[in-house]
Design a protein around this ligand. Structure first.
Ligand SMILES: C[S@@+](CC[C@H](N)C(=O)[O-])C[C@H]1O[C@@H](n2cnc3c(N)ncnc32)[C@H](O)[C@@H]1O
Length: 178
């Protein structure tokens, strides 16, 4: 709450995602061996922990978060599958290159694209598209339908599901790299 009030445009919400919203995001993932997941805008790790509880031992989770307080909390996760990038998701391409990762299987994003600059959103979603494997999924949460067109334009497809049990009620957008 304190971090939200300090910088609501970047944090994008007053409350962390509910269990229902987290589940609605991660139910699209097939947790098979060797998968690489990128999480954008992890906050205090509410989705991160659920992902790690389901991921197989030989998988990887690369997490981007810009807020220093949230990063401090995330650094308490000691798990060999977990890599924290305390920098902007706009540098996805650079960091994946540094980590020698060409392709990823899933992107789980809670970035508040509606309050971030539009060009930043386009840039990040395009980088996700470029790095996803064919059949890979981009999963994004929002509290409105405003950005639906952005995902449709970049991926050519987008499915939307409504999650009423969250404060505020939310939408989950899922686009597949075809
Ligand atoms: C809506 S909160 C989601 C937090 C958590 N994942 C949840 O579901 O409750 C969005 C998060 O994105 C982070 N964020 C905003 N812009 C970012 C950027 N450019 N790169 C990485 N993280 C960013 C914010 O600091 C914030 O923690």
């Amino acid at each position: 709450m304190r971090e939200s009030l300090r910088d609501i445009k970047t944090v994008g919400t007053l409350t962390p995602s509910s269990r229902h919203l987290c589940e609605s995001m991660i139910r699209h993932i097939d947790f098979e061996n060797g998968i690489t997941i990128v999480e954008l805008g992890a906050g205090d790790g509410v989705i991160t922990h659920q992902l790690l509880s389901k991921m197989p031992v030989d998988s990887r989770l690369i997490v981007f978060e810009v807020n220093e307080k949230f990063c401090r909390t995330l650094r308490q996760i000691h798990d060999p599958r977990f890599i924290l990038i305390d920098d902007t998701a706009e540098k996805l391409d650079d960091y994946l290159n540094q980590l020698h990762i060409d392709h990823i299987d899933y992107v789980i994003s809670a970035l508040p694209f509606t309050s971030l600059p539009r060009t930043l959103g386009i840039n990040i979603v395009k980088q996700c598209y470029q790095h996803l494997n064919k059949g890979g999924l981009f999963v994004q949460m929002h509290y409105s339908l405003f950005t639906k067109r952005l995902y449709k334009k970049i991926f050519g497809n987008v499915d939307v599901c409504f999650v009423p049990l969250n404060l505020p009620p939310a939408f989950v957008f899922v686009s597949e790299k075809i």
